[in-house]
Design a protein. Sequence first.
Length: 469
Amino acid sequence: MILEQFYLQCLSHASYLIGDEETGRAIIVDPRRDVDEYLADAHQHGLRIEGVINTHFHADFVSGHLELAAATGAWIGFGEAAETDFPIRRLRHGERISLGAVELEVLSTPGHTWESISLLVRDRAAPIAVLTGDSLFIGDVGRPDLANLGGTSNTDLARAMYGTIHETLLALPDHVQVMPAHGAGSSCGKNLSAALVSTIGEQRLTNPAVQPMTEDDFVALITSGQPAVPGYFSTDADLNRRVHTLFDSARTVPALTDAELRDVLSGAGAFVIDTRAPEEFAVGHLAGSVNVGLGGRFAETCGMVADIGDPILAVTNPGHEQEALLRLSRIGYDNVVGVYDTRSGESGSAFPASLSEFVEHTDRVTVAELADLLRQDSITLLDVRNLGERESGYIAGSLHIPLAELARRGAEVPDGRPVVVHCQSGWRSSVAASLLRAQGHSATTDLLGGYAAWSEAMAATPGSETAEE
């Protein structure tokens, strides 16, 4: 048996190759859209990819089933309840897919979505691992509200998940490895572990979401406190049901000259995403641009601030153009119309003097400066963390709008006074502050070091009452 995991850190996404080295037959499970790595790995092992299976309709990325089918002629498999615009193999509970001595047993595991399945991998009939998709995570279970397009309630899906966990997955032997489709950082659950592989026995003992409890308590647990949903999730879930344009690994977009960039900025323009680190962005950036650094959860965050139909201009450091293009394409954002490489100009500026009228800088606020501003009651303080983060502590008087909801809720931020944004560490706050400025809240900046720096400083200041727990 060959069983390999491919993990994409920036989307917290795991995909798998399962093969039988004796027969040379293989299946790919939950692939991303850029499929060259799967093809190369299969070739290295002397395997022929004959099928590609999605455990469910993914919402956080565009799956690579169409690309793999085009490249290999493989059939595409989904759970029996799936409805698609393209031919699929409907996989029923209990069905076994033989690759030789290696078999995949289909388990119907609804709850995250209705069509969700898991795949029990057997080697010479012995159960070895279960690919759980977004049903059983390491440390959590899948949320029931991301792709519920069937007209039923999240509660119904949560009750289905209760049966999935206790009647199907926990019924497997303790030694069976648990290999999910997502890890820590994913919005598909709230307490996912950074570990990439576990066992049924370990999850039985350590996973809070699968401990003995009533069905009602389970439903309450998984329908509350979930991270805010990025705006593109429903679009990607639908794309994965449809025939759509295939990913083109050779695709390039124009690199704009200074004059061409000036024309874009002077006209109707595009949605400008600056992919540099927050520190570089603060020193100098194009007015109206939104800072989503490549060093963070770039694609997912771009999907929070830009619509899939927006023409995008990407500002990058030299050599990072194709990386930005690839990562946007993974969530279906194929509409990058140009890239602009920054380079050191006068006084260390990232932009030449000929573009100075379009360039601005921001002064990020330190913890001490924020404390003074709060004492003066001279600002609106905006917390853009997720609900679960805020529940562990927050700054008194702060307004709370998770980053994933800010693009559509920006009007809730009061006009007429400066805004300081904070997140946990200072990366998301740069995204949010730049987005608010692009929406017209010009007097907006963010907190260096985020809530982590604030809480550390307050803990070291006896008698401080500005932080609430």
